[in-house]
Design a protein around this ligand. Structure first.
Ligand code: PLP
Length: 367
């Protein structure tokens, strides 16, 4: 199969996927199987191009030989390492097969009592798939004109029906963090029977403030984190929730088998990487460098972008002469995504410095 057929086939498969489940974006969803990626620069899912770390690779190979056994001991070690990292106790941590599982689980808990959720639009939508099936509704709150999360409007939307508020900080697809004090004031102001699900998948890329320290005082606050981004383990499927013991217990009771969703191999990889500060620092430094290359290129092309602090960029392609995504696809670069209807704003994940230099070269040549 040649490159064009490959991209096209992946595009068709993913379009059907996106339409039926609306997982990662509203439109233009393109997923390509990992082994087919050698000739293609794929920048669609905010994956970490530097992972898995050497330490994770070694740990996974060692763990392979233990997979005839259950991973109880290793999972407990991972829970302890996570608790230590965030200065909480084991009882404040819940493991899952990726944070997506846990976002869904938290939504399920909220559905037991109330039937309306509030979320910004656009944002990360994977957890919304099950919402309608549980008889719940979502009030989507548009971002402000500067593409910031509109906390005031979200607060104004709360009523007696509200069961959960989802926040993504920094937000996906904009990459913009919510100002620290505004976020803290918001958490304090939300009635305490409403669950606040704080998705912090990207905080580590630039030290965006985490609200984990508020989870003891605010038992309705649950923070979701993942090994898929800064730790470079998207395919291993490991994520976790942090919260007050009571809500973590309630959420754990909804799992068929608490803390056992991630495999022995995945748990070993996560445990190795959470202790590998050199790898994390490397990813942060390289990501910031590559994002800078891409954003400077966008500015050279006269295209506006948000001040993203993450591993993806969000930008306005309205001034690009010609088809933005088409120009890239002609050159084996795929993953441009739209999240807003009737809008020229697009998201692209940040790859390596060489990849982002190539993206800009192609855009400058092909407009
Ligand atoms: C904001 C956000 N939360 C959660 C996830 C899902 O992460 P996981 O791989 O842990 O399910 C993603 C993935 O892109 C994301 O962007």
């Amino acid at each position: 199969m040649n490159r064009r057929q490959l991209i096209k086939q992946a595009g068709f498969a993913a379009a059907a996927f996106a339409m039926s489940r609306d997982l990662f974006a509203r439109t233009n969803s393109t997923h390509i199987s990992a082994p087919s990626l050698h000739n293609i620069i794929y920048l669609g899912s905010n994956e970490n191009p530097y992972g898995p770390s050497k330490s994770a690779q070694q740990a996974m190979m060692n763990a392979l030989l233990t997979t005839n056994r259950y991973q109880w001991v290793e999972s407990s070690k991972l829970v302890k390492a996570i608790a230590q990292k965030h200065a909480v106790t084991d009882k404040n941590v819940l493991l899952g097969a990726g944070s997506s599982e846990l976002l869904g689980l938290t939504t399920q808990l909220a559905s037991l009592n109330n039937n309306t959720l509030i979320a910004p639009d656009p944002t990360f939508r994977i957890w919304t798939n099950a919402v309608a099936h549980m008889g719940m509704k979502i009030k989507w709150i548009p971002l402000t004109a500067t593409k910031d999360t509109d906390l005031a409007a979200m607060q104004a939307a709360i009523n007696s029906d509200t069961g959960m508020i989802y926040l993504c900080n920094p937000n996906n697809p904009t990459g913009i963090p919510i100002p620290d004090q505004d976020l803290r004031d918001f958490i304090k102001a939300v009635p305490h029977h409403i669950i606040i699900l704080m998705d912090e998948a990207y905080t580590e890329f630039e030290d965006t403030t985490s609200t984990v320290d508020m989870t003891q005082e605010f038992p309705n606050l649950v923070v979701a984190k993942t090994f898929s981004k800064i730790y470079g383990l998207a395919g291993a499927r490991v994520g976790y929730l942090l919260g007050n013991e009571k809500i973590i217990t309630q959420l754990g009771n909804l799992q068929p088998w608490q803390n056992a969703g991630a495999s022995a191999v995945s748990v070993a990889a996560a445990l190795a990487t959470i202790q590998d500060q050199d790898f994390v620092t490397h990813c942060r430094t390289e990501n910031a460098k590559s994002r800078g290359i891409f954003q400077k290129g966008l500015a050279d092309l006269g295209l506006t972008h948000t001040p993203s602090v993450t591993s993806f960029a969000y930008f306005d392609t309205a001034n690009y002469p010609g088809g933005f995504a088409e120009t890239l696809e002609k050159n084996n670069i795929t993953g441009v995504r739209s999240f807003e209807e009737n809008s020229a704003w697009k998201r692209l994940s940040i790859g390596t410095a060489e990849e982002m230099e190539q993206v800009i070269r192609v855009l400058k040549a092909g407009g």
